[in-house]
Ligand binder design. Structure first.
Ligand SMILES: [Zn+2]
Length: 304
C-alpha cells in the first residue's frame, strides 16, 4: 500500500469554457476521501463500498459536472490493477435495452463494419453480428473479458485502450461506446477519434449516465454517479455540444429504458420481509414480468 500524499493529481478544466475562472465553476461536492483510504475496491464493487469521489465542480454556463483534481495515469493504473470484472446477470436484458434505440435506424444504414469501444466480452458485438453487421471489431483494456468472448468474435477484439491510429480513418459504418465516456480524462479527444474512424455518412451510438436524470437530482451527492470513477458527467444539453465540437451532426438524444424482470428490482429494493413480498408477487403472477424503467442513462446517435 502506498503511503499518504504519494498519489499525484492533475487538474481538469471545463470542456466548454475557455475561461478557467473559479467563480463560473463553483464546488458542487467536496472531496470525500483521504488518499490513504483509497484502494482498488473504490474502483470496482461499488455496491459494497461507500462512494468515494473527488472534489466536483459544476459549470454554471453548461451544467457540466466534473472532477476538479484527479489522480494521474500512473496512480490510476496502480489502483485499477487490483480490480476485477463482474459478470452481469442481466446481460441478456442489457443487450435488448441497448439495441432497441437503434433498431429502427439500422434498416437504412450500411452494415459492413462496426466497432464497439470498451467492448468487455463482446456482448454488443454479438448483437450487431446477429443483426446483419458483417465485420465486428472491439477494443477492451482488460484481458479477461476477451478470453470468454464468443468464438466468432474473439479474434477481432483488441486488448488495449482505444487511441488514434489503432484503426484506419473513414473505416466503420457504426461505432458504439457504452458507459465509458464519463470515465475518460479526455472525452473530446475520444469523440474526435471516433469522427476520424467513422465513414462519411456513418454513425456513432453512445450510452452514459445523465447527470440531470431524476435519480441523480433526488440523490445528489449520494447518487452512484458521484463516484471517483467519473471524471466528466454530461446531460442531454451539453453532450450534444461536445459531439458537435468533434464535427458530428446529432441525430437523436434520448433516455435509455432499462427493462429488467420485476424479480430483479425486488431483490435490489430495500424491502423488509422480502420473502413475503416475493410470495405475494409470485401469486399475483408479476414476479417474472419485465418492468421498463428509466434508470438514469441517456443515449445519443450521431452522424458524420
Ligand atoms: Zn464551463
Amino acid at each position: 500500500m502506498r503511503s499518504t500524499g504519494k498519489y499525484n493529481y492533475i487538474r481538469k478544466e471545463c470542456l466548454f469554457c475557455d475561461s478557467t475562472d473559479a467563480a463560473g465553476h463553483p464546488v458542487l461536492y467536496k472531496k470525500s476521501f483521504k488518499d490513504e483510504e483509497l484502494d482498488a475496491a473504490a474502483f470496482e464493487a461499488r455496491k459494497t463500498t461507500r462512494h468515494a469521489h473527488y472534489e466536483m465542480v459544476k459549470c454554471l454556463k453548461t451544467g457540466l459536472i466534473f472532477s476538479r483534481n484527479i489522480l494521474d495515469d500512473e496512480s490510476l493504473n496502480e489502483l485499477y490493477k487490483g480490480s476485477e470484472i463482474h459478470f452481469n446477470e442481466m446481460l441478456e436484458f442489457i443487450k435488448k435495452d441497448y439495441w432497441r434505440p437503434i433498431a429502427k435506424y439500422v434498416n437504412g444504414w450500411k452494415t459492413d463494419k462496426a466497432l464497439d469501444i470498451g467492448c468487455s466480452t463482446g456482448f454488443f458485438l454479438e448483437v450487431l453480428k446477429d443483426n446483419g453487421y458483417k465485420e465486428v471489431y472491439g477494443c477492451e483494456p482488460g484481458e479477461e473479458p476477451k478470453a470468454i468472448a464468443r468464438s466468432d468474435i474473439r479474434d477481432n477484439i483488441h486488448t488495449g485502450f482505444y487511441k488514434p491510429g489503432l484503426y484506419p480513418d473513414n473505416y466503420f459504418d457504426l461505432i458504439t461506446c457504452f458507459q465509458t465516456l464519463d470515465h475518460l480524462s479526455d472525452p473530446l479527444g475520444m469523440v474526435k477519434n471516433m469522427y476520424d474512424n467513422v465513414k462519411p455518412g456513418g454513425h456513432v451510438y453512445m450510452i452514459m449516465h445523465n447527470s440531470n436524470a431524476l435519480q441523480a437530482r433526488i440523490f445528489g451527492e449520494k447518487s452512484p454517479i458521484i463516484d471517483v470513477e467519473h471524471i466528466y458527467l454530461f446531460n442531454k444539453e451539453n453532450l450534444p455540444m461536445l459531439c458537435e465540437k468533434a464535427g458530428f451532426k446529432v441525430v437523436s438524444v434520448f433516455d435509455i429504458i432499462t427493462a429488467y424482470p420485476f424479480s430483479y428490482w425486488i431483490r435490489m429494493a430495500p424491502l423488509p420481509v422480502k420473502k413475503l413480498w416475493v410470495s405475494l408477487f409470485k401469486v399475483l403472477g408479476i414476479y417474472n414480468k419485465v418492468l421498463p424503467f428509466k434508470a438514469g442513462n441517456m443515449g445519443i446517435i450521431l452522424e458524420k
